[in-house]
Design a protein around this ligand. Sequence first.
Ligand SMILES: [Zn+2]
Length: 62
Amino acid sequence: MTNQPQAPTLTCPLCSCPQFQQEEARTDSKWGFTSHEMTLMVCVNCRYVLHFYDRNSIFDFD
Ligand SMILES: [Zn+2]
């Protein structure tokens, strides 16, 4: 038994392509107290961009 849930396969909602290009983006809050890192997954087929906020996504990017 494992505590790690199985991450679902990431597929593009538009074209169902399973391949993505990973990009990182940093965003600062409007008051400048915190900065968050966002992971962008860009569909290699249609270039649709999925945004993942911070790093606690169910998807394991590394
Ligand atoms: Zn796509």
